[in-house]
Design a protein around this ligand. Structure first.
Ligand SMILES: Cc1ncc(COP(=O)(O)O)c(C=O)c1O
Length: 402
Protein backbone atom coordinates (compact mmCIF):
# COMPACT_ATOMS: atom_id res chain seq x y z
CA UNK A 1 0.00 0.00 0.00
CA UNK A 2 1.34 3.45 -0.95
CA UNK A 3 0.36 5.71 1.98
CA UNK A 4 -0.64 9.36 1.46
CA UNK A 5 2.48 10.47 3.31
CA UNK A 6 5.40 9.05 5.26
CA UNK A 7 8.83 9.86 6.61
CA UNK A 8 12.01 9.25 4.61
CA UNK A 9 14.70 7.92 6.95
CA UNK A 10 18.21 7.03 5.75
CA UNK A 11 21.06 5.09 7.35
CA UNK A 12 22.78 8.46 7.89
CA UNK A 13 19.74 9.69 9.88
CA UNK A 14 19.86 6.55 12.02
CA UNK A 15 23.62 6.91 12.55
CA UNK A 16 23.14 10.53 13.66
CA UNK A 17 20.61 9.49 16.32
CA UNK A 18 22.83 6.62 17.49
CA UNK A 19 25.78 9.04 17.82
CA UNK A 20 23.62 11.32 19.96
CA UNK A 21 22.57 8.34 22.11
CA UNK A 22 26.24 7.63 22.83
CA UNK A 23 26.82 11.24 23.86
CA UNK A 24 26.40 12.87 27.25
CA UNK A 25 22.97 14.41 26.72
CA UNK A 26 19.69 12.87 25.79
CA UNK A 27 17.81 16.12 26.21
CA UNK A 28 18.83 19.80 26.16
CA UNK A 29 22.37 19.17 24.95
CA UNK A 30 24.40 21.01 22.29
CA UNK A 31 22.40 19.64 19.36
CA UNK A 32 19.33 21.69 20.33
CA UNK A 33 21.21 24.94 19.82
CA UNK A 34 22.91 23.67 16.70
CA UNK A 35 19.57 22.62 15.19
CA UNK A 36 18.08 26.01 16.05
CA UNK A 37 21.02 27.87 14.51
CA UNK A 38 21.05 25.81 11.31
CA UNK A 39 17.27 25.99 10.97
CA UNK A 40 17.25 29.78 11.43
CA UNK A 41 19.96 30.07 8.74
CA UNK A 42 18.02 27.80 6.39
CA UNK A 43 14.80 29.82 6.54
CA UNK A 44 16.52 33.19 6.93
CA UNK A 45 15.13 34.13 10.35
CA UNK A 46 17.17 35.73 13.15
CA UNK A 47 16.02 33.38 15.92
CA UNK A 48 14.69 29.83 16.08
CA UNK A 49 13.35 28.09 19.19
CA UNK A 50 13.01 24.30 19.02
CA UNK A 51 9.97 22.81 20.77
CA UNK A 52 8.36 19.39 20.99
CA UNK A 53 5.53 20.10 18.52
CA UNK A 54 4.23 22.82 16.26
CA UNK A 55 1.19 22.94 18.51
CA UNK A 56 3.53 24.05 21.30
CA UNK A 57 5.15 26.55 18.92
CA UNK A 58 1.74 28.07 18.08
CA UNK A 59 0.88 28.31 21.78
CA UNK A 60 4.20 30.03 22.52
CA UNK A 61 3.84 32.37 19.54
CA UNK A 62 0.55 33.68 20.93
CA UNK A 63 1.93 33.86 24.48
CA UNK A 64 5.05 35.84 23.60
CA UNK A 65 2.97 38.25 21.52
CA UNK A 66 0.72 38.84 24.53
CA UNK A 67 -2.47 37.54 22.95
CA UNK A 68 -5.03 36.52 25.57
CA UNK A 69 -8.57 36.88 26.89
CA UNK A 70 -10.62 39.47 25.03
CA UNK A 71 -8.58 39.02 21.84
CA UNK A 72 -9.69 37.35 18.61
CA UNK A 73 -7.36 35.22 16.48
CA UNK A 74 -8.43 34.55 12.91
CA UNK A 75 -7.20 31.56 10.93
CA UNK A 76 -8.15 29.42 7.96
CA UNK A 77 -10.74 26.67 8.50
CA UNK A 78 -8.77 24.52 6.04
CA UNK A 79 -6.08 23.46 8.48
CA UNK A 80 -5.23 21.04 11.24
CA UNK A 81 -7.03 21.78 14.52
CA UNK A 82 -3.90 23.13 16.21
CA UNK A 83 -3.83 26.37 14.17
CA UNK A 84 -7.08 27.40 15.86
CA UNK A 85 -6.84 25.56 19.18
CA UNK A 86 -3.76 27.54 20.23
CA UNK A 87 -5.90 30.69 20.44
CA UNK A 88 -8.22 28.94 22.87
CA UNK A 89 -5.23 27.81 24.96
CA UNK A 90 -4.37 31.46 25.71
CA UNK A 91 -7.98 32.39 26.42
CA UNK A 92 -8.49 34.24 23.12
CA UNK A 93 -11.36 33.54 20.70
CA UNK A 94 -10.41 31.47 17.65
CA UNK A 95 -12.26 32.63 14.56
CA UNK A 96 -12.17 31.78 10.85
CA UNK A 97 -12.30 33.50 7.53
CA UNK A 98 -12.84 31.76 4.23
CA UNK A 99 -10.26 30.39 1.80
CA UNK A 100 -9.36 31.21 -1.76
CA UNK A 101 -10.89 28.57 -4.08
CA UNK A 102 -7.78 28.24 -6.26
CA UNK A 103 -4.97 27.92 -3.70
CA UNK A 104 -7.08 26.67 -0.76
CA UNK A 105 -5.33 29.19 1.52
CA UNK A 106 -6.77 32.00 3.66
CA UNK A 107 -8.47 34.63 1.48
CA UNK A 108 -7.30 38.16 2.39
CA UNK A 109 -10.40 39.70 0.78
CA UNK A 110 -12.67 37.74 3.12
CA UNK A 111 -10.30 38.50 6.01
CA UNK A 112 -10.68 42.23 5.41
CA UNK A 113 -14.42 42.09 4.77
CA UNK A 114 -15.17 40.23 8.00
CA UNK A 115 -12.61 41.98 10.22
CA UNK A 116 -13.69 42.54 13.82
CA UNK A 117 -12.06 45.17 16.03
CA UNK A 118 -10.89 42.75 18.71
CA UNK A 119 -8.75 40.76 16.22
CA UNK A 120 -5.14 40.87 17.40
CA UNK A 121 -3.54 38.08 15.37
CA UNK A 122 -3.96 36.20 12.11
CA UNK A 123 -2.64 32.64 11.91
CA UNK A 124 -1.87 32.35 8.21
CA UNK A 125 -1.57 28.75 7.07
CA UNK A 126 0.58 27.67 4.11
CA UNK A 127 -1.79 24.86 3.18
CA UNK A 128 -0.14 21.91 1.41
CA UNK A 129 3.15 23.81 1.28
CA UNK A 130 2.00 26.64 -0.94
CA UNK A 131 2.46 30.05 0.66
CA UNK A 132 -0.69 31.86 1.63
CA UNK A 133 -0.92 35.43 0.36
CA UNK A 134 1.28 36.80 3.15
CA UNK A 135 1.80 40.33 1.75
CA UNK A 136 -1.94 40.94 1.49
CA UNK A 137 -2.71 39.24 4.80
CA UNK A 138 -0.03 41.37 6.50
CA UNK A 139 -1.37 44.55 4.86
CA UNK A 140 -4.87 43.87 6.19
CA UNK A 141 -3.68 42.80 9.67
CA UNK A 142 -1.01 45.42 10.30
CA UNK A 143 -3.19 48.33 9.25
CA UNK A 144 -5.49 47.25 12.09
CA UNK A 145 -2.80 46.67 14.72
CA UNK A 146 -2.75 42.87 14.49
CA UNK A 147 0.23 40.57 14.03
CA UNK A 148 0.74 37.75 11.53
CA UNK A 149 1.76 34.30 12.71
CA UNK A 150 2.68 32.17 9.73
CA UNK A 151 1.67 28.56 10.24
CA UNK A 152 4.30 27.10 7.94
CA UNK A 153 3.89 23.54 9.27
CA UNK A 154 3.37 22.32 5.70
CA UNK A 155 6.04 24.53 4.24
CA UNK A 156 9.45 23.66 5.70
CA UNK A 157 11.99 24.81 3.12
CA UNK A 158 9.42 26.46 0.86
CA UNK A 159 9.54 29.92 -0.68
CA UNK A 160 7.33 32.22 -2.76
CA UNK A 161 7.37 35.28 -4.99
CA UNK A 162 5.34 38.32 -3.92
CA UNK A 163 3.43 40.08 -6.64
CA UNK A 164 4.58 43.63 -7.19
CA UNK A 165 7.49 43.27 -4.74
CA UNK A 166 10.97 43.16 -6.19
CA UNK A 167 13.24 40.36 -5.03
CA UNK A 168 12.31 36.93 -3.88
CA UNK A 169 11.76 34.14 -3.63
CA UNK A 170 10.90 34.89 0.03
CA UNK A 171 11.24 31.94 2.31
CA UNK A 172 8.42 30.67 4.50
CA UNK A 173 9.22 31.88 7.99
CA UNK A 174 12.01 34.15 6.79
CA UNK A 175 9.98 36.83 5.07
CA UNK A 176 9.09 40.40 6.04
CA UNK A 177 5.35 39.81 6.39
CA UNK A 178 5.21 37.22 9.19
CA UNK A 179 6.03 38.41 12.71
CA UNK A 180 6.48 34.85 13.89
CA UNK A 181 6.34 31.51 12.08
CA UNK A 182 5.92 27.92 13.19
CA UNK A 183 7.00 24.66 11.57
CA UNK A 184 6.12 21.03 12.27
CA UNK A 185 8.44 18.03 12.10
CA UNK A 186 5.72 15.41 12.40
CA UNK A 187 6.64 12.35 10.28
CA UNK A 188 4.39 13.17 7.32
CA UNK A 189 5.82 16.69 7.01
CA UNK A 190 8.67 17.64 4.67
CA UNK A 191 11.30 16.68 7.27
CA UNK A 192 10.91 15.00 10.62
CA UNK A 193 12.16 14.72 14.19
CA UNK A 194 9.44 12.21 15.15
CA UNK A 195 7.38 14.81 16.98
CA UNK A 196 8.77 18.32 16.97
CA UNK A 197 8.34 21.93 16.00
CA UNK A 198 10.14 25.24 15.58
CA UNK A 199 9.20 28.81 16.30
CA UNK A 200 11.08 31.49 14.35
CA UNK A 201 11.06 35.26 14.68
CA UNK A 202 13.35 38.22 14.13
CA UNK A 203 12.51 39.63 17.57
CA UNK A 204 15.14 38.75 20.19
CA UNK A 205 12.79 39.49 23.13
CA UNK A 206 10.10 37.14 21.82
CA UNK A 207 12.66 34.38 21.17
CA UNK A 208 14.08 34.75 24.69
CA UNK A 209 10.62 34.62 26.28
CA UNK A 210 9.70 31.57 24.16
CA UNK A 211 12.88 29.80 25.40
CA UNK A 212 11.94 30.60 28.99
CA UNK A 213 8.35 29.42 28.54
CA UNK A 214 9.56 26.24 26.81
CA UNK A 215 11.03 25.08 30.12
CA UNK A 216 8.63 26.06 32.92
CA UNK A 217 9.40 29.77 32.80
CA UNK A 218 12.77 29.08 34.40
CA UNK A 219 15.63 31.59 34.17
CA UNK A 220 19.12 30.45 35.20
CA UNK A 221 21.18 33.48 34.22
CA UNK A 222 21.79 35.55 37.42
CA UNK A 223 22.00 38.68 35.28
CA UNK A 224 18.31 38.22 34.50
CA UNK A 225 17.16 37.44 38.06
CA UNK A 226 14.24 39.49 39.30
CA UNK A 227 14.63 38.91 43.04
CA UNK A 228 16.93 41.32 44.84
CA UNK A 229 20.18 39.69 46.02
CA UNK A 230 19.32 40.56 49.62
CA UNK A 231 16.00 38.71 49.51
CA UNK A 232 15.88 36.64 52.69
CA UNK A 233 15.04 33.32 51.07
CA UNK A 234 17.03 33.66 47.87
CA UNK A 235 19.99 35.48 49.36
CA UNK A 236 22.31 32.50 49.22
CA UNK A 237 22.93 32.21 45.51
CA UNK A 238 24.96 29.53 43.84
CA UNK A 239 25.19 27.43 40.74
CA UNK A 240 21.89 25.77 41.67
CA UNK A 241 19.98 29.06 41.61
CA UNK A 242 17.14 29.61 39.25
CA UNK A 243 14.00 31.67 39.15
CA UNK A 244 10.59 30.82 37.79
CA UNK A 245 9.54 34.09 36.23
CA UNK A 246 6.62 32.96 34.07
CA UNK A 247 4.12 30.12 34.14
CA UNK A 248 5.71 27.94 31.47
CA UNK A 249 5.54 24.38 30.18
CA UNK A 250 7.65 21.39 29.30
CA UNK A 251 7.82 22.00 25.55
CA UNK A 252 11.45 20.86 25.18
CA UNK A 253 12.73 19.05 22.11
CA UNK A 254 15.40 16.46 22.93
CA UNK A 255 18.99 16.19 21.69
CA UNK A 256 18.06 12.86 20.10
CA UNK A 257 15.33 14.52 18.07
CA UNK A 258 17.62 17.40 17.14
CA UNK A 259 20.22 14.89 15.89
CA UNK A 260 17.58 13.54 13.53
CA UNK A 261 16.46 17.08 12.69
CA UNK A 262 19.99 18.17 11.75
CA UNK A 263 20.47 15.13 9.55
CA UNK A 264 17.07 15.62 7.88
CA UNK A 265 17.74 19.33 7.40
CA UNK A 266 20.81 18.41 5.36
CA UNK A 267 18.58 16.29 3.13
CA UNK A 268 15.83 18.90 2.76
CA UNK A 269 16.89 20.10 -0.73
CA UNK A 270 16.80 16.51 -1.97
CA UNK A 271 13.36 15.94 -0.35
CA UNK A 272 11.92 19.11 -1.87
CA UNK A 273 13.30 18.37 -5.33
CA UNK A 274 11.66 14.96 -5.34
CA UNK A 275 8.34 16.31 -4.06
CA UNK A 276 8.32 18.91 -6.85
CA UNK A 277 9.11 16.24 -9.42
CA UNK A 278 6.19 14.08 -8.28
CA UNK A 279 3.82 17.06 -8.25
CA UNK A 280 4.86 17.96 -11.81
CA UNK A 281 4.21 14.37 -12.92
CA UNK A 282 0.74 14.37 -11.30
CA UNK A 283 -0.18 17.74 -12.74
CA UNK A 284 0.81 16.68 -16.26
CA UNK A 285 -1.00 13.36 -15.95
CA UNK A 286 -4.23 14.78 -14.54
CA UNK A 287 -4.49 17.73 -16.93
CA UNK A 288 -7.11 16.00 -19.10
CA UNK A 289 -9.44 14.78 -16.36
CA UNK A 290 -12.64 16.81 -16.44
CA UNK A 291 -13.80 15.68 -13.01
CA UNK A 292 -10.52 16.46 -11.25
CA UNK A 293 -9.12 19.87 -10.30
CA UNK A 294 -5.50 19.99 -9.19
CA UNK A 295 -4.08 22.66 -6.88
CA UNK A 296 -3.84 26.06 -8.53
CA UNK A 297 -0.90 28.37 -7.93
CA UNK A 298 -1.24 32.06 -7.07
CA UNK A 299 1.97 32.62 -8.97
CA UNK A 300 3.06 29.90 -11.44
CA UNK A 301 6.71 30.51 -10.47
CA UNK A 302 5.87 29.21 -6.98
CA UNK A 303 5.48 25.69 -8.38
CA UNK A 304 9.27 25.44 -8.35
CA UNK A 305 9.73 26.91 -4.86
CA UNK A 306 6.75 25.55 -2.89
CA UNK A 307 7.55 22.76 -0.46
CA UNK A 308 4.59 20.56 -1.45
CA UNK A 309 3.69 18.75 1.73
CA UNK A 310 0.37 17.59 0.24
CA UNK A 311 -1.08 17.05 -3.20
CA UNK A 312 -4.78 17.67 -2.67
CA UNK A 313 -7.07 17.45 -5.67
CA UNK A 314 -10.77 18.26 -5.83
CA UNK A 315 -12.97 15.62 -7.38
CA UNK A 316 -16.41 16.33 -8.81
CA UNK A 317 -17.89 13.14 -7.38
CA UNK A 318 -21.22 13.76 -9.06
CA UNK A 319 -19.64 14.02 -12.50
CA UNK A 320 -17.57 10.91 -11.80
CA UNK A 321 -20.69 9.09 -10.59
CA UNK A 322 -19.04 7.82 -7.38
CA UNK A 323 -19.01 8.92 -3.77
CA UNK A 324 -15.81 9.80 -1.95
CA UNK A 325 -15.86 6.63 0.18
CA UNK A 326 -16.24 4.61 -3.06
CA UNK A 327 -13.34 6.43 -4.68
CA UNK A 328 -11.15 5.93 -1.61
CA UNK A 329 -12.05 2.24 -1.49
CA UNK A 330 -11.26 1.75 -5.20
CA UNK A 331 -7.93 3.50 -4.80
CA UNK A 332 -7.16 1.43 -1.70
CA UNK A 333 -7.93 -1.73 -3.67
CA UNK A 334 -5.38 -0.52 -6.23
CA UNK A 335 -2.80 -0.10 -3.46
CA UNK A 336 -3.16 3.68 -3.15
CA UNK A 337 -3.81 5.33 0.22
CA UNK A 338 -5.54 8.71 0.35
CA UNK A 339 -6.62 11.15 3.05
CA UNK A 340 -9.13 13.96 3.44
CA UNK A 341 -7.43 17.17 4.57
CA UNK A 342 -9.18 19.00 6.11
CA UNK A 343 -12.60 18.88 7.71
CA UNK A 344 -13.22 22.65 8.20
CA UNK A 345 -12.24 23.32 11.81
CA UNK A 346 -15.28 25.52 12.55
CA UNK A 347 -17.53 22.51 11.88
CA UNK A 348 -15.95 20.41 14.64
CA UNK A 349 -18.36 19.72 17.52
CA UNK A 350 -16.22 21.59 20.07
CA UNK A 351 -16.22 24.73 17.92
CA UNK A 352 -19.95 24.50 17.34
CA UNK A 353 -20.63 24.02 21.07
CA UNK A 354 -18.19 26.64 22.29
CA UNK A 355 -18.50 29.43 19.73
CA UNK A 356 -21.77 28.55 17.97
CA UNK A 357 -20.02 28.27 14.62
CA UNK A 358 -21.67 26.09 12.00
CA UNK A 359 -22.23 25.33 8.33
CA UNK A 360 -22.34 28.35 6.04
CA UNK A 361 -19.70 30.32 7.97
CA UNK A 362 -16.98 29.59 5.39
CA UNK A 363 -18.76 28.33 2.25
CA UNK A 364 -15.65 28.08 0.06
CA UNK A 365 -13.80 25.94 2.61
CA UNK A 366 -16.90 23.80 3.07
CA UNK A 367 -17.27 23.27 -0.70
CA UNK A 368 -13.56 22.47 -0.93
CA UNK A 369 -13.87 19.89 1.84
CA UNK A 370 -16.75 18.19 0.02
CA UNK A 371 -14.45 17.52 -2.93
CA UNK A 372 -10.98 17.25 -1.39
CA UNK A 373 -8.77 14.20 -1.59
CA UNK A 374 -5.04 14.12 -0.86
CA UNK A 375 -3.03 11.71 -2.98
CA UNK A 376 0.27 10.07 -1.94
CA UNK A 377 3.25 12.40 -1.86
CA UNK A 378 6.57 11.73 -0.15
CA UNK A 379 10.18 11.75 -1.36
CA UNK A 380 10.83 8.01 -1.29
CA UNK A 381 8.01 7.30 -3.76
CA UNK A 382 9.55 5.57 -6.76
CA UNK A 383 8.61 6.38 -10.36
CA UNK A 384 6.69 3.08 -10.34
CA UNK A 385 4.73 4.24 -7.26
CA UNK A 386 3.88 7.52 -8.99
CA UNK A 387 2.74 5.62 -12.10
CA UNK A 388 0.64 3.33 -9.89
CA UNK A 389 -1.14 6.34 -8.35
CA UNK A 390 -1.73 7.94 -11.77
CA UNK A 391 -3.08 4.70 -13.23
CA UNK A 392 -5.35 4.12 -10.22
CA UNK A 393 -6.78 7.65 -10.50
CA UNK A 394 -7.27 7.23 -14.25
CA UNK A 395 -9.02 3.91 -13.67
CA UNK A 396 -11.67 5.61 -11.51
CA UNK A 397 -13.29 6.70 -14.75
CA UNK A 398 -13.50 3.90 -17.31
CA UNK A 399 -13.58 6.48 -20.09
CA UNK A 400 -10.13 7.80 -19.20
CA UNK A 401 -8.17 4.55 -18.89
CA UNK A 402 -5.15 4.90 -21.14
C1 LIG B 1 -1.19 23.34 9.47
C2 LIG B 1 -0.78 22.66 10.74
N1 LIG B 1 -0.61 23.41 11.85
C3 LIG B 1 -0.22 22.86 13.02
C4 LIG B 1 0.03 21.50 13.11
C5 LIG B 1 0.46 20.92 14.42
O1 LIG B 1 1.70 20.32 14.31
P1 LIG B 1 2.24 19.27 15.39
O2 LIG B 1 1.64 17.95 15.06
O3 LIG B 1 3.73 19.29 15.20
O4 LIG B 1 1.84 19.78 16.72
C6 LIG B 1 -0.10 20.69 11.99
C7 LIG B 1 0.17 19.25 12.07
O5 LIG B 1 -0.46 18.41 11.53
C8 LIG B 1 -0.52 21.29 10.77
O6 LIG B 1 -0.70 20.53 9.68
Amino acid sequence: MIPYGRQTISEADIAAVVRALRGDFLTQGPLVEEFERRFAETVGAKHAVAVNSATAALHLALRVAGIGPGDRVVTSPNTFLASANAAAYVGATPDFCDIDPVTYTLDPVDLEAGWLDDTRAVVAVDYAGQSCDLPEIARVARARGAIVIEDACHAVGGAFYAEGVAGGPWSQGGNRWADLAVFSFHPVKTMTTGEGGMLVTDRADWAELARTLRSHGIVRDPARFETAADDEVLAERGSWSYEMQELGYNYRLTDLQCALGLSQLGRLPEFLARRREIVAAYTTAFAGLEWLTFPGMRNPADAATASWHLYTVQIDFEMLGKTRPQVMAELRAAGVGTQVLYIPVHLQPWYRKTYRYGPGKCPVAEAFYARALSLPLYPSMTDADVAQVINAVDALDLATIR
